[in-house]
Unconditional design. Sequence first.
Length: 82
Amino acid sequence: MIRKQVYIESYQDVLLKKKARSLGVTEAELVRRAIEAHLKAGPGLRLDRTAWEEEKKFITGRMKPAQKVARRNWRREELYDR
């Protein structure tokens, strides 16, 4: 095995200790498992810049105030005459 040193946040240390204790394994073993699981997961989602630009255009269009609707030229009572 190769020795590695890493810096983690205080809250991560607390969570790591708690999880290792609950699983009955060492912290090092838990870190090795996490690395392995991450590497097996394969590449993450790839960002598609064009998809985002299209979505941004759609959102921007939805944010514009609605156009004024033309007033209707009929009365409700007229619908019953049909």
